[in-house]
Design a protein around this ligand. Structure first.
Ligand code: CFM
Length: 537
């Protein structure tokens, strides 16, 4: 069901007026009669409001850098920052050489009070030395947590010295948690360093095989990347590197040789995609491997880009075979799901990407949003010139990139590239809003209060979100599906992923559990008080 502007106003009315004014700009009811609906995004959360956002450290170490499996990732900071980013995101990795897969380790300098007082550089140096001696990683990352920036430890100097001592790359990331307004700042910091120090450090001049691609913004959560790889490799693509799910420092060094970059998660990695185009002349194609139609469209767009008869034929053959295999299975789940409604609120790309998959099951996404996306992820990249930088966004350095003197080369004539841009999303992302129908609600950086109120009003059948709100929602009697870590399941990408998702969501609906839950408001009064002679107490 849709909501009216009056109902929305009634929710906002409960806030102090300044907060109401702020939050109003972050919530839209889609109105197709309006040419452009502006949404405010990537700005500070009002202090005191409970939101789902993370920090810059989480975006850098936890999201972009952490999945590189042949590196040791050192968290320079208190143990809590390391512990709570250890294994929870479910970015999987395997390696032909098990001695070069450190994904399950958690390494930290475990800063204590004395380190805060006297500085933590010596301790960091010692940890690097121990790590090299014990693990012999291909490279090391150091991610700074809040106190490191506050006390002024020079992690870049420590990294430079360690590189000289050990002869392996040591990358320092100044991703203190407080930088920027969310984890989005950390993505940007990570992107800059990986482009500057890693991509292009490899010796390869040419791709070792035809149809060489990189997959950007795919983190192999629950094995998504493996399902995508299964399909792409069967069609005949050569995957140079995945950034960064099941990826490695070794592979990333040669990412410059690819003929095309695919962008799955635009938010976390669009900076690298853009910079690779400027530096090496590699265009990027926006893909969405979530949902059956999303997968099919992405495969066909890739085939259009390469324009090769054999590749196109193989693409169609794989699509036909996979559809014939999974459609009968999907049918049985559709019977359970059809006619239901969903809220889909995830970080910076899945709030959009999962809507197609829900629709294929007959589930209508009535509310969607992002924790930390920017306006272009909602409204499309054409509005980027209109985004006014503020003090927080100016805090994150913009890398200035130029065409590489030796390695820049056009992948095709600029005329052909322009022609292609008319038919496939090359170096462009149209955002989430355009695909949402009239009356659908779009919320940026939703909080606990708004979640509660909108659930009461719109009564979704399923809530797709994260761990922080999952249990509150379930106690309201509504199945909640984590679309960050996929709970304990996955993969959800590609053809097999669609089947897994359909099964898990159907189990959520069919579970008898919900009959045993009595939400508190069913057997307790919402307000208690006594009426006395003076009035209500
Ligand atoms: Fe990209 Fe992600 Fe997402 Fe993200 Fe994330 Fe994630 Fe996410 Mo959680 S990189 S923006 S910072 S798709 S960890 S794998 S699920 S919030 S929607």
């Amino acid at each position: 069901m849709a909501i009216t502007q009056e109902q929305l106003a009634a929710i906002l009315e409960k806030y102090p007026s300044k907060v109401a004014k702020n939050r109003k700009k972050h919530i839209l009811i889609k109105d197709e009669s309006q040419e452009a609906q502006v949404i405010e995004a990537n700005t500070r959360t009002v202090p005191g409001i409970m939101t789902n956002r993370g920090c810059a450290f989480a975006g850098c170490k936890g999201v972009v850098v952490g999945p590189l499996k042949d590196m040791i990732h050192i968290v320079h900071g208190p143990v809590g920052c390391a512990y709570y980013t250890w294994g929870t995101r479910r970015n999987k990795a395997k390696s032909e050489d098990p001695r070069k897969n450190f994904i399950n380790y958690c390494v930290t300098t475990d800063m204590q009070e004395s380190d805060i007082v006297f500085g933590g550089e010596k301790k960091l140096t010692k940890v690097i030395d121990e790590v090299v001696e014990t693990f012999h990683p291909n490279a090391i990352s150091i991610s700074a947590t809040c106190p490191v920036g506050l006390i002024g430890d020079d992690i870049n100097a420590v990294a430079r010295e360690a590189e000289k001592r050990h002869g392996i790359p040591v990358l320092a990331f100044n991703c203190e948690g407080y930088k920027g307004v969310s984890q989005s700042a950390g993505h940007h910091i990570a992107n800059n360093n990986l482009l500057e120090k890693v991509i292009g450090a490899g010796e390869q001049e040419e791709a070792p095989a035809k149809y060489a691609i990189n997959i950007l913004g795919e983190y192999n959560i629950g094995g998504d990347g493996w399902e995508i790889k299964r399909i792409l490799e069967e069609i005949g693509y050569h995957i140079v590197t995945v950034m960064t799910g099941d990826g490695s420092y070794e592979e990333l060094r040669n990412a410059h040789v690819a003929e095309l970059n695919l962008v799955q998660c635009h938010r976390s990695i669009n900076y690298i995609a853009e910079m690779l185009e400027v530096k090496y002349g590699t265009p990027w194609l926006k893909v969405n491997f979530i949902g059956i139609q999303g997968m099919i469209d992405s495969l066909r767009n890739m085939a259009t880009y390469f324009d090769d008869a054999v590749l196109t034929q193989k693409t169609e053959a794989v699509i036909a075979r996979e559809l014939a295999r999974i459609e009968p299975i999907m049918e049985q789940y559709k019977k359970i799901c059809d006619g239901k409604t969903a809220f889909c609120f995830v970080g910076g790309s899945r709030g959009h990407h999962y809507q197609g998959l829900f629709a294929e099951l007959g589930i209508d996404t009535v509310l969607a949003g992002y924790e930390f996306a920017h306006r272009d992820d909602y409204e499309g990249r054409q509005i980027i010139p209109d985004i006014k930088p503020d003090a927080d966004s100016k805090n994150i350095p913009e890398l200035h990139v130029e065409p590489d003197a030796e390695r820049f080369r056009l992948k095709m004539s600029s005329e052909r590239l322009e022609e292609l841009k008319k038919v496939i999303p090359l170096s462009f992302y149209a955002g989430m809003n355009i695909e949402m129908a009239d009356g659908k609600v779009i919320v940026d950086d939703i909080n606990q209060y708004e979640t509660d109120e909108l659930i009461k009003l719109m009564k979704p059948d399923i809530f797709a979100s994260g761990i922080k709100d999952k249990y509150v929602v379930q106690k309201m009697g509504i199945p909640a599906k984590q679309l960050h870590s996929y709970d304990y399941s996955g993969p959800y990408a590609g053809f097999n992923g669609a089947v897994n998702f359909a099964r898990d969501v159907s189990m959520g609906f069919a579970s008898p559990t919900w009959n045993y839950i009595v939400p508190p408001w069913k057997n307790q009064p919402l307000l208690t008080g006594t009426v006395t002679e003076e009035g209500v107490a």
